[in-house]
Structures are given as C-alpha cells and as structure tokens.
Design a protein around this ligand. Sequence first.
Ligand SMILES: Cc1cc2nc3c(=O)[nH]c(=O)nc-3n(C[C@H](O)[C@H](O)[C@H](O)COP(=O)(O)OP(=O)(O)OC[C@H]3O[C@@H](n4cnc5c(N)ncnc54)[C@H](O)[C@@H]3O)c2cc1C
Length: 493
Amino acid sequence: MKNINSKRVFKRNGTEPDSDGDYVLYWMQINRRFQYNYALEYAVGWANKLDKPLLIYEGLSCDYPWASDRFHHFLMEGMKENLSYAEEENVNYYSYLEDKPGAGDGLLYELAENACAVISDEFPVYIIREHNEKVAPKLETPYITVDSNGIIPLGLTEKAPYNAYFFRKIMQRNFVECFTNSPKKDPLADLENLSKVKLGDEFLSKYPPADKKLENQESFIGSLPINHDVSKIALEGTRQSALGKLGQFIQYGLSKYDENRNDPDENAASGLSPWLHFGKISEYEIVDAVLDHQPKGWDLDNITFNKGSTGGFFNGDPNVDSFLDEVITWREVGFHFAHHEPDYDQYETLPDWALESLEEHKDDPREYIYELEEFAQSKTHDEIWNAAQTQLREEGVMQNYLRMLWGKKVLEWTPNPETALAYLIELNNRYAIDGRDPNSYSGIFWIFGRFDRAWQERPIYGKVRYMTSDSTRRKLKLKEYLDKYGNQKTLDM
Ligand SMILES: Cc1cc2nc3c(=O)[nH]c(=O)nc-3n(C[C@H](O)[C@H](O)[C@H](O)COP(=O)(O)OP(=O)(O)OC[C@H]3O[C@@H](n4cnc5c(N)ncnc54)[C@H](O)[C@@H]3O)c2cc1C
C-alpha cells in the first residue's frame, strides 16, 4: 500500500512475504467483512504479487473474556452470513468454532505453516491486541496487521491524543486525503489466482469446519462453557442488518440527530455501534453514505480546516457535522489513544489532574454504596439508573447520554474510584453488545476525566465532571423510556 494507507500497515515480525508457501492467509479477527476492508485488500495485493490463492480464516473460541450467549449468537450469525457469501462467490473461506476451551489452540500456527504470509486486523484493545503481540514473534511466516478501523490511519498519530480537540485538529488536516484513499468496496474482485485451497484431512479432523455448528446454533451455544445468563438479544450480527440500520438512520434519524440524539424517546441516534464493533460495516461507508446527504451542490471542496473546533468543518447540514464528529472524532480518538497507550485500561493512565483530585476526595462520605451484582440487577434507589441498566442487561444496548449518567453514578455509589472503574468495565463488557471496544474504554475512562477538563470541585467527584439524574430528567424526553424499562421490569424477548 502506497500513499497515506501505508500508515495502516504494521509489519510485526519484520519479515517480507515471499512465494514459499501455498497461499496467503487473511485471519479475520475483528473486521469480519469482505467489503471496504483494507486488511483484506492488502492480503489480495500480496496474493496477486506472489501469484498465490488467498485463504480467509475466521474463528471463534469459547474462552474469550466475557464469553456469553449474547456475543456468540451475534458473532455466529455473522459467520453464517460470511460462509454463504464465500460459497456463492467461490472464496477460499474456512471458519472454525471451538467447542471446548483450548481445542483450537495451535490452529492458526498450523495454517501459518503453509502460508506465504499471515495478514490480520490491527486493533488496539482486548484480546485482539494481545493476539497480535503474542503471535508475531512465534511465527516464522511474516505476520502483518492492517488497520481497517477508521478514516485516520493509526500510524498517522505520533502519541496518544489527550482530548478530542487535539485529535480533531489532526483529523481535520488529514480528512480529505484519508477519505479519498478509500478502501475498495469489493477487494476480492481483484484476486487473480482463484485456485482452490485444500486443507489436509488430518487438519480438518482435528479442527472441523464450523459449517454444521452454524446450522445448529442454539444447541451448539447451549453446550458451551460460557455465561448463559447473558442471553441472546434481538439484534442480528449480520452485515445485512448493519446496512439496514444505516439506511434507516439516514432516512429517519439523521435530519434530527443534532437536536435529538440524546433523547431516549426520540431514537435519533444510529444504533450502529454493535456492527461497527464487530467490523460488519466500515466507518468509511457510513461517512460516505452520510456525506451523500449533504445539501445539493455540496462537495469535498466545501471542507475547511477549523482549528479543531466542532461545527464549521464539513460546512453543510449541521446534523451531518454533528454525527460525523461522533463517528470520526469521538470514535477514533479512543482507537488512537489505545494504539499509543498499552495500559489504556489501567486507572493510572487517567490525566494527572483527575488522579490527584479523585485521590483527594477518596474518603468523602458516600450516601449510597452498592455491590457489583446489585448494580447488575438494577437494584439501586434511582429509577433512571435502574431503567438504563435494565435496558443494557436485557437488550445489550444503552443510549449515549444515559450511558454517561450511568457511569457517573457508579463513580458516586462505590467505595472508591478504582472499584467504580472495575465495576464499570465489568458491567459494560459483560452486557453491552458493542463492549470490549476502544470506545468502551474511552467512554468508561471519560467518566473519570479522560478526554475531559477539570470542572468545579465537588464531593466524591473532585474536579471530575458530575451529572445528576434530576437534571437528566429535566433535560431529556424519558417518559416512554421509563414506561418501558422502569421499575425493574423483565422484558419479553
Ligand atoms: C460509560 C460509557 C461507556 C461506553 N461504552 C461504549 C462501548 O462499549 N462501545 C461503544 O462503541 N461505545 C461506547 N460508549 C460511547 C457511546 O455511548 C456509544 O458509542 C454510542 O452510544 C453508540 O450508539 P450509536 O451507535 O447509536 O451512536 P451514534 O450517536 O449514532 O454515533 C455513531 C457512532 O459514533 C461513535 N460514537 C458516538 N458517540 C460516541 C462517544 N461518546 N464516544 C465514542 N464514540 C462515539 C460510535 O462508534 C457510534 O456508533 C460509551 C460511553 C460511555 C459514557
């Protein structure tokens, strides 16, 4: 990859691919799609250069952190869709589902033995970050990860951005160049060597393909040693659903996004974060589709560098400006932060002013203190908090403004900020279908001051921004929301 996209490529064990091998392997870890995927495009490029076929491998273990029916269902629906796409398009695609912990250990290494190169997804958090760090030195085969997460390549920033304003300036300077070096819609269409890759019988009997398990999803998931209390949700983990959601948002939500995104009763937000997290849809195609809805006559020449301020950058519909600030700046600041900060999930990486102030207020008396499972089961004294947690626990999602209030109250109702942080990571990543993402850590750490500034000092919060349920009730339209999720209701699925 030449141009700005070379900053997406991370050669993790320093070796260059050569033709010693049967295929080029693309290990689809997080960006689980065949379209608009720079990593897949890069793998196709090497396959063509070496005149080799491409093998795509997608797997799912059963002992990943927070493994549950919820994540398994969502992921397996996506894998099923990928399998039928690969069959229709004659793509060498092999998928594997682990049925007991450890059964799939060694699989990737065996596939890599016959590969000219292993290309995978760059992703700065969770086990994918760990995999990438662990696998690279163990392989003799070149191991290259490619960033297909957002518009601004991770290799473009030099250090962890400390706030959105700092990152927005970088984004504004580079947006047009990055956006116009877009990922290809259908990278597989360029693949030249279409030979079939045949995996050996011994390999296939040790690691049987996922096909049958994908057919019997319910019974397969039921048999796994994962958390069955975190149940399947109504959202489908397919690309088809992601595209449907995007279409719906553009038709009904976008035109009122700026004014109404925070109101739970309005449903003006896109709801796209679950599919963004699992890479079923690319940020690029969302931005592209939304820019298509700028007023008539608008084009990229209307964009003006705005010194990192919000608004006045895209210079079209303010709803588009507002949405793109979330999906580009706020989404990507977390990716770039974690990319440069390996301890992204550690309390000590909060800004100094927040650490000092929270420390000073550590022993302030708390009116309410709850245990983790009391929070989990919506057993606090606060109607709005309980409703938000009920929605998260039962439906796997929570609206952004309530998510901020939800986090702030956990800081207030726990014995100290470190406990609050541990509880929030657990609750978010156990229940949220978009959890375990760089944005999970952005959002949770924002509660404690990351990417924010100091505010007026108060008990418990110190100089960290505080929020109240009363002002939330005054500001937001919540009636329907509370009717639906209030009073600790158990929801019908
Ligand atoms: C305590 C807390 C925890 C959070 N945990 C997560 C999480 O686990 N996963 C997650 O994706 N987001 C998380 N967020 C950020 C934000 O709440 C969600 O991204 C947003 O609510 C997703 O809904 P949507 O797709 O309808 O967003 P929309 O408003 O439609 O925005 C479109 C996209 O922009 C991005 N975005 C929007 N708001 C933010 C934001 N404040 N910060 C970062 N990116 C944003 C998301 O990718 C989102 O899908 C958290 C925020 C807080 C305060």
